[in-house]
Design a protein around this ligand. Sequence first.
Ligand code: FES
Length: 207
Amino acid sequence: MQYSQKVLDHFMHPKNVGKMENPDATATEGSPACGDQVTVYLKVDESSHKIEDISFLSYGCASNIATASIITELAKGKTLDEAKQITWRDAMEALDGLPPVKVHCSVLAADTLQTAISNYEIAHGLKEIPNFGKETIIEELRKIIYPQVGEDIISLKMVKYVGFTDGKVLIDLNIPSFDTWRENVAEEIREHLEKYSEVKDIQINFP
Ligand code: FES
């Protein structure tokens, strides 16, 4: 697999790695695509809302370590509002790209950072626990990467319809039967949505 020099540098010499004592917020997320995990720890200045310190622990592949490392570098010193703008695309760009089958690793790192920020904001009364709805489902679908090209399935217009009624999620995917990644994508969608207690049933339809 072809990695950029930056990915290799961050894998061999990760920045901000290690467990933080007494963090103000933390989050652990797993990638349904591979089962790997990342934990992010935050120290936040209460008045300026700046991320004073950030660290991570990785339980995963080389890209998992490299993307978690770069995401901590991108977030350090930023305000929470600024850090909320950091996406997996920023992490990819900062690393000079990732092979398509490894793009989900950057999604995991960015997602874990965003969850840690959200956990801080909820714990400090800066935001309310969001209601689950169609928007939440679409946000989750944005995190699902079609491994052949390394893009998310919303950007690739693979999602034709999303519905949510009485605990039932209905998703129409525009992926033909000859596509060998089809089941893989559907499985990942299920794993992303099953973690929500509001979701009782998931129906995924194909053409
Ligand atoms: Fe699992 Fe990279 S995070 S393969």
